[in-house]
Design a protein around this ligand. Structure first.
Ligand code: NAL
Length: 331
């Protein structure tokens, strides 16, 4: 795979393609970053952007992971002390998941976000941004229904971090795209470049296939799930024998979350998939790529129950090292 294809593999969106092509010409030593609000335990959304970081490490990028303690505080996630403590645990879980420690720089937001120069730059961005734009940028990120002033400052700090961490490529889930668009529009006003961005897809709700999987509502997969819990969650998941399900009774679009997890988690990390089946049901099925697995599900060659069984096992392998780390952290 050439560098551009590896960088953009499974991306929902890149802004802009031309900018990413020019990064792909010489990725060695380029910096890609992602930021996370510290939370106790990684969930499948963190793991999805982490998959992209691991691919970018393979492409030669240096990875910067911002443990966004001040952002979590602004978003009402707890006292500053509580958040600080979870940041350390989260870093260890990312390493257990597979982010090479030697190629990954972990930075705490509060290490630079409380400096005088940063604060004045932040105020300059505040002057340039109207409140409704900041609010819209936070629609898919904010906790709570009504935006606070703190939540309006949040996206401006996220924009400024891109400058202060000196990154070439900003990574985030699709829920971050409006913050990144705000960053592209406002950073030039303080003399900084508009950042190049790559957004990873969101996985559909596990039980319905409608809307987005979320750890705050509905069923999510997390790094502390036991093998048994993973099996139960996956067994109950929505998985019609189709990669492109019909809308539901209310006309809502549906996706197949089981296939999405194969596409965005299993194939990127394992490269191939074996679905074990007894001889009497045709024996094992082997897939070298997502397309062949999806088309077998579509054609009926692969039964959803067999796909789910295999998915639970691969997910278990992905979370096992982090689950062990969490167990140590709690003992
Ligand atoms: C991501 C977050 C916070 C600050 C950032 C700064 C720079 C780049 C990415 C960042 C967290 C993210 C979330 N907004 O929703 O978890």
């Amino acid at each position: 795979m050439d560098a551009y294809d590896l960088i953009t593999r499974n991306a929902a969106e890149v802004v802009t393609e031309d900018e990413v092509r020019s990064l792909a010409e010489d990725p060695d030593g380029k910096r890609a970053y992602v930021g996370y609000e510290p939370s106790g335990v990684l969930h499948i959304g963190h793991m999805l952007t982490a998959n992209k970081l691991i691919e970018l490490q393979e492409a030669g990028f240096e990875i910067v992971v911002l443990l966004a303690d001040v952002h979590a505080y602004l978003n009402g996630k707890g006292t500053f002390e509580e958040i600080r403590e979870t940041a350390d645990r989260m870093r260890e879980q990312f390493v257990a998941y597979g982010l090479e420690e030697s190629d990954t720089e972990f930075v705490l937001g509060s290490e630079f976000q409380l400096d005088e120069e940063y604060t004045l730059d932040l105020h300059a961005l505040e002057l340039e941004t109207n409140l409704s734009r900041a609010e819209r940028a936070m629609a898919e990120i904010q906790s709570g229904d009504t935006a606070t002033v703190a939540q309006a400052v949040y996206p401006l700090m996220q924009a400024l971090d891109i400058v202060y961490l000196d990154v070439d490529l900003a990574i985030g889930g699709m829920e971050q795209r409006k913050v990144h668009m705000l960053a592209r529009d406002t950073l030039p006003s303080i003399g900084a470049d508009a950042p190049t961005c790559l957004h990873t897809p969101l996985i559909a709700d596990l039980s319905t296939g409608v809307g987005k999987m979320s750890s705050s509502a509905g069923v999510s997969i997390s790094m502390e799930d036991s093998e048994e819990e993973l099996r139960e969650k996956v067994n109950k998941a929505y998985c019609p024998p189709s990669r492109d399900p019909e809308p539901d009774a209310d006309g809502e679009d549906r996706d197949n979350p089981v296939l999405q997890i194969f596409e965005y988690h299993v194939f990127p990390r394992f490269g191939e998939v074996v679905v074990e089946r007894p001889e009497q049901y045709g024996g094992d099925l082997e897939y070298d790529d997502y397309e062949s697995l999806a088309s077998d599900l579509d054609s009926g060659e692969l039964h959803p129950a067999d796909a789910k069984g295999a998915l639970a096992e691969y997910l278990n392998e992905l979370v096992a090292p982090g689950r062990e780390k969490i167990r140590q952290q709690r003992s």
